[in-house]
Design a protein around this ligand. Structure first.
Ligand SMILES: Nc1ncnc2c1ncn2[C@@H]1O[C@H](COP(=O)(O)OP(=O)(O)O)[C@@H](O)[C@H]1O
Ligand SMILES: Cc1cn([C@H]2C[C@H](O)[C@@H](COP(=O)(O)O)O2)c(=O)[nH]c1=O
Length: 283
């Protein structure tokens, strides 16, 4: 079963970034002479330039290059996002960016994901600060191919996971406010381009079974009610639209299906997924 939700969204600008603007590249620059890192001699520090190149305006951009498309695959933990990305990665001209879970598990020897699951009140803010940075890095990576498929986004990290920590009393208000101010600054000053959200919708119970089956060490202690809370926030964001902005049309796919049926659904809707301009026809 597949549904498309229209967002009334009108499209948003996109532009490849200068490498110096990308957050992790910027951090790497910190090791270089200060004048280089701060863009000495320019009107503004380089990191604060909004974009360095094109803006999208229709199918052909002003500089004559083809419009590029960004698709974010959203869904609960173990909903099948990586499996979906793996499937589409076989399609020519698509670049796939998986969630940087490996980085979250090893930041200079520290497993932030593991720490968060052990003590979310203490480490939730630490993980989410790093998730926000790595997600920003994903969004601002220069696009090499016409279509990019990404696992989750900076938006779901904030609207789902940060929100859940805060609402469940695990993130103190001062931490939440600071992270929110960072997030708002990024959304206002950086170009975060999303053309389509594919929402893998499924019951928290199925997620629970898949989490157990996948057996990721850090996630062994995840209870069903955590997956229910994460599910409800996805529904609030992408279906009920009661709180947060939805930046693109949403294609809802029933991900409770077995693998064979998932592939059938992906094939049935390949055109809608890979060419978001076609999404209107799927409405
Ligand atoms: N449709 C499906 N039916 C049964 N198992 C699935 C299905 N899709 C994924 N899985 C399995 O569930 C687990 C989680 O899938 P994964 O793609 O890693 O989810 P996510 O990236 O959303 O966390 C993996 O063990 C995967 O093999
Ligand atoms: C984005 C994000 C993720 N996490 C956690 C949730 C899961 O344990 C992993 C991601 O794995 P998935 O199988 O791809 O869902 O990371 C988090 O705690 N905070 C976040 O913002």
């Amino acid at each position: 079963m597949l549904r498309v939700q229209s967002s009334g969204w009108q499209g948003c600008p996109v532009g490849p970034f200068c490498d110096e603007m990308r957050p992790l590249a910027a951090l790497r620059n910190l090791g270089r002479p200060l004048l280089v890192a701060l863009g000495y001699g320019r009107a503004e520090p380089r990191y604060f330039h909004l974009q360095c190149g094109q803006r999208r305006s229709g199918k052909i951009m002003q500089n004559g290059s083809r419009k590029k498309t960004v698709i974010c695959i959203e869904g609960n933990i173990a909903s099948g996002k990586t499996t979906c990305l793996e499937y589409f990665s076989k399609t020519p001209n698509i670049e796939v960016i998986t969630e940087p879970v490996t980085q979250w598990r090893n930041v200079q020897g520290h497993n932030l994901l593991g720490l968060m699951y052990q003590d979310s009140s203490r480490w939730g803010i630490t993980l989410q600060t790093y998730v926000q940075l790595t997600m920003l890095d994903m969004h601002t990576r220069p696009m090499m191919l016409p279509v990019r498929m990404m696992e989750r986004s900076i938006l779901s990290a904030k609207y789902i996971f940060v929100e859940n920590l805060y609402r469940s009393g695990k993130m103190p208000e001062p931490d939440y406010v600071v992270l929110t101010e960072w997030f708002d600054w990024i959304m206002k000053n950086m170009t975060i381009s999303v053309d389509l959200i594919v929402y893998l919708q499924l019951s928290p119970k199925t997620c629970y079974e898949r989490v157990k089956m996948r057996c990721r060490e850090e996630e062994k202690i995840i209870p069903l009610d955590y997956l229910e809370a994460i599910h409800n926030l996805h529904e609030e964001w992408l279906i009920k639209r009661t709180r947060f902005t939805v930046p693109a049309p949403v294609l809802v796919i029933n991900a409770d299906d077995d693998l064979q049926n998932m592939i059938r659904q992906y094939e049935e809707h390949r055109d809608c997924i890979l060419t978001p301009d076609n999404i209107q026809r799927c409405l």
